[in-house]
Design a protein around this ligand. Structure first.
Ligand code: FES
Ligand SMILES: [Fe+2]
Length: 360
């Protein structure tokens, strides 16, 4: 039997604007994408607009408490409905004042009764599939998309176990990290710890125990698990009183979001927003009870920003430059049949999904 060596993706996947365009209209339009945190639409009539896959969308909470997401476009002559965020009793289009209920149904419009046969019950804002996942709002432009629990089996119940207080959690801070690289370079870098011991001394010595690190696929989720560092070496107090306080775990939800729980049950998130083939912005979110000041989460957010995040920016930007070199031939991935921290099997899974997204 000949051993089969698996090679990394061709450079064009990370540099070609045509491939980026195909991802925007394909992959992003049929996968679950993060929209915002449910606390951004806490009360009836709260809304916020956001961009995704080249579309403007907005989330809104109706009178029954349900969160809807709509395309941000009036069904009359296509003016945008809302900008930014706010609270409203009904949604009024700024162009000719057509008015919609919070459920998206057309309610009234100046002089529409003059039109014989005008059936306003047939006119509705176009709705987008929406799921609330642990208090986070996700949307999918594909009406036939499978639910998140099918895409990411067990992730929800595991996260509920790691975060028994999740219903009380709200954003404490969001940090925006621009990186001069393709989003997939950043996601791959996030999804292996083969580079950790050399490049992340604080993380590898003061947060996790690298020899216990592993990453395994769970449907389209990549699940990271590891124990925390010996307590004497931890950079902070992990005693939360919850189960799993001495573990680190993360749930990367293909393609652009990750829930991460630090030892001490501290929730933080990654959200990759792809700008173009060469640019991505990574949003790091940190959460605390009611979003109130929290010494440990704040300490970790700062430590993370000054160490792991800073260290990773240099790595991914160097890789992006390298991918443009005529001298680069995609090298073999280091796949250890026993997996573990020094194996790139997780990158192999990711690259498989990346190929499928572009090549079908
Ligand atoms: S385009 Fe919205 S009311 Fe005319
Ligand atoms: Fe890293």
């Amino acid at each position: 039997m000949t051993a089969s060596v698996i090679h990394s993706l061709d450079a064009k996947y990370y540099t070609d604007p045509e491939i980026f365009k195909a991802e925007q209209t394909g992959l992003l339009a049929r996968t679950w994408q993060f929209a915002g945190h449910a606390s951004q639409v806490e009360n009836t009539g709260d809304y916020f607009a956001f961009e995704m896959a080249g579309e403007s969308l907005f989330c809104l909470r109706d009178r029954e408490g349900q969160v809807h997401t709509y395309y941000n476009v009036c069904q009359h002559r296509a003016h945008q409905m809302v900008t930014g965020s706010g609270n409203t009793r009904v949604v009024v289009c700024p162009y000719h004042a057509w008015t919609y209920e919070l459920t998206g149904q057309l309610r009234a419009g100046p002089n529409i009764n003059a039109v014989e046969g005008f059936d306003k019950s047939k006119i509705c804002l176009t709705e987008v599939r929406t799921e609330i996942f642990l208090g986070f709002i996700f949307v999918n432009l594909d009406n036939d998309a499978k639910p998140m629990d099918v895409w990411f089996p067990n992730a929800r119940t595991e996260l509920e176990e790691w975060l028994p207080h999740y219903e009380q959690l709200k954003p404490l801070e969001w940090v925006e990290i621009p990186e001069n690289c393709n989003w997939k370079v950043s996601v791959e870098n996030y999804s292996e710890c083969y580079h950790c011991s050399l490049n992340h001394p604080t993380f590898a010595k003061g947060v996790v125990k690298p020899e216990t690190y592993d990453i395994q696929p769970q449907g389209h989720c990549l699940r990271h698990t590891t124990e925390c560092q010996n307590l004497a070496d931890m950079t902070y107090d992990i005693n939360s009183g919850f189960e799993h306080q001495n573990e680190y775990s993360s749930w990367f939800l293909w393609p652009m979001f990750s829930f991460q729980v630090y030892p001490g049950n501290v929730l933080n998130t990654y959200h990759w927003r792809a700008i173009d083939a060469d640019h991505v912005v990574v949003w790091r979110g940190w959460y605390s009870i009611d979003g109130a000041e929290d010494k440990i989460a704040r300490h970790l957010a700062i430590q993370d920003r000054e160490t792991t995040v800073e260290e990773d920016i240099h790595l991914v930007e160097s890789v992006q430059r390298g991918l443009k070199s005529r001298g680069y031939r995609p090298g073999p991935l280091v796949i250890d049949p026993k997996c573990g921290v020094n194996s790139e099997h997780s990158v192999m899974h990711l690259q498989q999904w990346m190929r499928e997204a572009v090549d079908g």
